[in-house]
Write a protein that binds this ligand. Structure first.
Ligand SMILES: Cc1cc2nc3c(=O)[nH]c(=O)nc-3n(C[C@H](O)[C@H](O)[C@H](O)COP(=O)(O)O)c2cc1C
Length: 359
């Protein structure tokens, strides 16, 4: 059976694969454009995409927005006007400014998680940009639908459902992460599909549900489509592509990682995060503190005086290939990546493999 398109309002991706955002600076215009060019949806991660060595929070926010606008325009141009999304975490201090930058740059979609984006529609008035919250439960999806309908007479255009095997910061507790098998992505996806059905019927609007976290091949994609998902979001697999914006050493860390190297840490912002274990991780887990100056204050709830190290700096080091002073965020299935390919090869493989498994 032919792979179905992913339709989000009047935006139609011929390949129902969203390349998940990867901050800091792992998914910028290069990767997003390559995915969009192949018919998928490319996502630029907005977190600290601009310089952080600035004199003030205001200057940081201004340069971050400027860089985001440039990256969106570059991605649009490189992909011949493919579909470009921007990921903006609710936890970011320059959230509103990045929403404005997404519209100014001409992005098609804003994807927003790491907190519930309850106020998002208030910042996008008079714009046709599609709004896609990230949730980890049907309950969270329902809270957003209720709030948006009541306050803005609007519903999300789609939902990303992030499961327990995803990369980066995770919306699960440490206890839940000890037994991931108790929280299969299929179950959470069905929970969200059921939660949004009521709103779809009542308001005569299609709200595709897009699961993410541990989806690796066409068999996984076909399974999600059969469950009723509108498409899937994948991040880890896109790291091991030539077009990924990270340094080759970051990509090589994925290729070299064994299953037992992939671990959960408590990030300085108190959330669990999945990373590849290395010497740096070992040292910070054991309590090492790395002094830093912070004028940028990128996260709303980070208190620089109290955290053991700056998560932004550590992730920037990793993206630049300096894994001595940083770590790589990673999805649970990264150990299955064995080679670096082109985005085209990966997308072609995913489409063919999905079509083979679709009944
Ligand atoms: C290196 C890395 C960085 C990530 N950064 C972000 C981010 O900035 N914002 C976000 O919402 N999700 C982020 N994620 C999560 C992904 O967008 C995606 O939803 C998830 O990793 C999907 O699972 P997979 O990696 O198993 O495909 C990140 C994931 C990775 C691997």
């Amino acid at each position: 059976m032919k792979i179905p398109p992913l339709i989000i309002g009047d935006v139609k991706a011929t390949v129902p694969v969203v390349q998940g955002a990867m901050g800091v600076r792992i998914s910028k215009a290069g990767l997003a454009a390559a995915v969009a060019k192949e018919g998928g949806i490319g996502t630029v991660a907005s977190v600290c995409i601009g310089p952080i060595e600035t004199s003030s929070r205001a200057e940081f926010a201004q340069l971050n927005k400027k860089t985001l606008v440039e990256e969106i325009r570059k991605a649009k141009s490189l992909s011949n006007n493919g579909i470009i999304a921007v990921n903006i975490m609710v936890a970011l201090s320059d959230y509103i400014s990045l929403v404005e930058g997404s519209i100014e740059g001409g992005a098609d979609i804003i994807v927003s998680g790491a907190g519930l984006p309850l106020m998002l529609p208030s910042y996008t008035k008079n714009s046709n940009i599609k709004l896609v919250p990230i949730v980890s439960s049907g309950r969270a999806a329902k809270i957003i639908c209720e709030k948006w309908i009541r306050t803005y007479n609007k519903l999300p255009d789609a939902f990303v459902v992030e499961g327990i095997l995803a990369g980066g910061h995770l919306g699960f507790t440490f206890e839940e992460l000890e037994n991931p098998e108790n929280h299969p992505l299929e179950k959470i996806t069905i929970d969200v599909i059921n939660a949004v059905k009521e709103y779809e019927n009542k308001h005569n609007k299609k709200i595709p549900v897009i699961p993410a976290g541990g989806i690796f091949d066409g068999k996984d994609i076909a399974k999600m489509i059969a469950l009723g998902a509108g498409g899937v979001q994948m991040a880890t697999r896109f790291v091991c592509t030539h077009e990924c914006d990270a340094d080759i050493k970051f990509k090589q860390a994925y290729i070299d990682a064994k299953e037992e190297d992939i671990t959960i840490i408590k990030s300085p912002v108190h959330m669990p995060g999945r990373v590849i274990r290395n010497e740096f991780v070992k040292n910070v887990v054991e309590g090492d503190r790395i002094k830093f100056e912070c004028s940028y204050r990128c996260l709303k709830n980070c208190i620089p005086m109290e955290v053991p190290y700056c998560i932004a700096k550590v992730l920037i080091n990793a993206a630049n290939g300096n894994l001595k002073d940083g770590f790589a965020f990673v999805g649970q299935n990264a150990h299955r990546c064995t080679q670096i390919t082109s985005v085209k090869e990966l997308m072609d493989e995913l489409v063919a493999d999905t079509e083979k498994h679709l009944k």
